[in-house]
Design a protein around this ligand. Structure first.
Ligand SMILES: Nc1ncnc2c1ncn2[C@@H]1O[C@H](COP(=O)(O)OP(=O)(O)OP(=O)(O)O)[C@@H](O)[C@H]1O
Length: 466
């Protein structure tokens, strides 16, 4: 038994007798002192009469059906970190728990190792595990001003900003989903910048850029001589996020074997560099992003459920730009203003352009909007962006298609080539079932080059997946 643990007193509240008994026994064996109670009311009574270092609480139990234990616990004993264990995950309660400043949120059945890892992590970082309850939601202007990097005013985005505001104050792992170009990385950075980890690194880890065979070495590092070519000790990407945030982009692309290795680092908060035997302890918050539906990936056996639960404690789905109402014009004006620093002569959009911006469906979302505006500003011959400065798909959105011959007669050579390019890319993506890397290889382009072309033509590789 370790001295440190022997001093820690844990209050366990759960109305499942079996869970209560076994958890109490296991944690006592691990050296903790445990007090077990069957409901929220008994837990509050214990808190009033005895000192505790941590509360482990069920969500759905008598005396906590309206989150009384969580609310009063955080209000009267904000110094005692609280871990929630629930059998019924639900977004509203997860968000509400986060709002109240809970330190971790675990799903039943909880593996004993996961529980221990969570307890140790929370007890080891007291300053961050007690973010305290969050004040009432601020008004729209104040919220928008708080996150200047996220330009938004629409209802769906204000809800997102509220969640960003809340989760930034906790250490909970966050999964951000949404179509390509909806701002997942922008949101992840905002969470980091407003968190207690903001002084430390925000480390981007692009899951598509790490070959499966090098995953451990790239992520965890290696020692000199660990394998052929390892000529010196090298730290991995994960270590750079120690004390800060690791942002795993395109998480769903991670092969299953790599997922298993990542799971250990996430749940046990340790990893072992290649060629070493001693594990390294790490204090990282995970924010992950993907444009796939991770639950579907789990159902299809392509993504580990345990990792999904660990990383997706809070799940935020970013709305596509077409569902953000007039945010499209807010963003367009902001991008135009940005560009004016270099291109002072263009400073407004014509009425018809504004109409098309509102009508077009923006499959490449905000990234596409930005590219369209950059292109238009470069092409524009006056102070106003006109329809002719927009690429074909945006200009023609929702207009009745004319016959190919008359359509061709109306457009410039550049546009005709543009259209042919778009058709070529569609055929290529169809052939490779939406696999951008394969399509890029056949076209003799880099993956990024292909990605840029797709955005320019308003194509989404996901639409070609089979
Ligand atoms: N709300 C926003 N306000 C201002 N700029 C934004 C906003 N959302 C996204 N952007 C800009 O749009 C571009 C794409 O954003 P980002 O890379 O965060 O999207 P993403 O969803 O992570 O894309 P992908 O899925 O392709 O990785 C970036 O240039 C970013 O700065």
């Amino acid at each position: 038994m370790n001295e440190e643990q022997a001093k820690k007193r844990i209050l366990i509240a759960d109305n499942e007798p079996l869970f209560l008994r076994t958890t109490g026994q296991l944690l006592r064996k691990a050296g903790y002192e445990c007090v077990c109670v069957p409901d929220g009311t008994a837990a509050l009574a214990k808190l009033r009469s005895e000192p505790f270092d941590l509360i482990l609480s069920d969500l759905n139990m008598p005396g906590n059906l309206k989150l009384e234990l969580l609310q009063q616990g955080r209000e009267h004993w904000p110094h005692i970190p609280l871990i929630v264990v629930t059998g019924v995950p639900s977004l509203p309660t997860a968000i509400e728990s986060v709002r109240l400043g809970i330190a971790d949120y675990l799903l039943k059945p909880v593996k004993y190792e996961d529980l221990l890892a969570s307890l140790r992590g929370v007890l080891a970082s007291p300053a961050r595990s007690q973010p305290g309850p969050v004040s009432a939601p601020t008004d729209t202007d104040a919220l928008a001003a708080k996150f200047p990097s996220i330009i938004a005013r629409s209802g769906p985005m204000m809800e997102i900003l509220e969640i960003v505001d809340r989760v930034a104050r906790t250490d909970t792992n966050v999964l951000i989903t949404g179509e390509s170009g909806t701002g997942k990385e922008v949101v992840a950075r905002a969470i980091h910048q407003h968190s207690s980890r903001s002084e430390k690194a925000f480390q981007v880890i692009d899951c598509t850029a790490i070959p499966e065979s090098l995953f451990e070495s790239v992520l965890f590092g290696h020692v000199k001589g660990a394998f052929t070519g390892a000529s010196a000790d090298r730290d991995g990407l994960l270590l750079r996020s120690d004390g800060g945030t690791a942002f795993f982009d395109e998480l769903a692309e991670l092969p299953l074997a790599s997922q298993a290795k990542l799971l250990r680092a996430v749940q046990e908060r340790v990893f072992t560099p290649v060629g070493r035997t001693e594990p390294v302890r790490i204090d990282t918050r995970y924010i992950c992003a993907t444009n796939r539906n991770l639950q579907e990936e789990v159902n299809a056996g392509r993504f580990r459920q345990d990792l999904y639960y660990r990383l997706g404690v809070i799940h935020m789905e970013l709305p596509p730009l077409r569902d953000r109402g007039d945010d499209v014009m807010l963003l367009a004006e902001a991008f135009l203003k940005d560009l004016q620093r270099e291109q002072i002569r263009v400073h407004r959009f014509s009425e018809k352009v504004i109409e098309q911006f509102r009508r077009y469906r923006w499959p490449g979302n905000i990234r596409e909007l930005r590219n369209v505006i950059e292109r238009a500003v470069a092409l524009s011959r006056s102070q106003t962006v006109e329809l002719a400065d927009l690429p074909g798909p945006v200009r023609d959105a929702a207009s009745t298609p004319s016959s190919p011959v008359s359509a061709l007669a109306e457009i410039s050579r550049e546009e005709a080539l543009d259209n042919a390019d778009q058709q070529y890319l569609s055929t290529l993506l169809k052939k490779h079932s939406g696999n951008v890397s394969q399509a890029a290889r056949q076209a003799g382009l880099s993956r990024q080059g292909m990605h840029n072309l797709l955005v320019r033509h308003g194509l989404n590789a996901n639409d070609f997946r089979t």
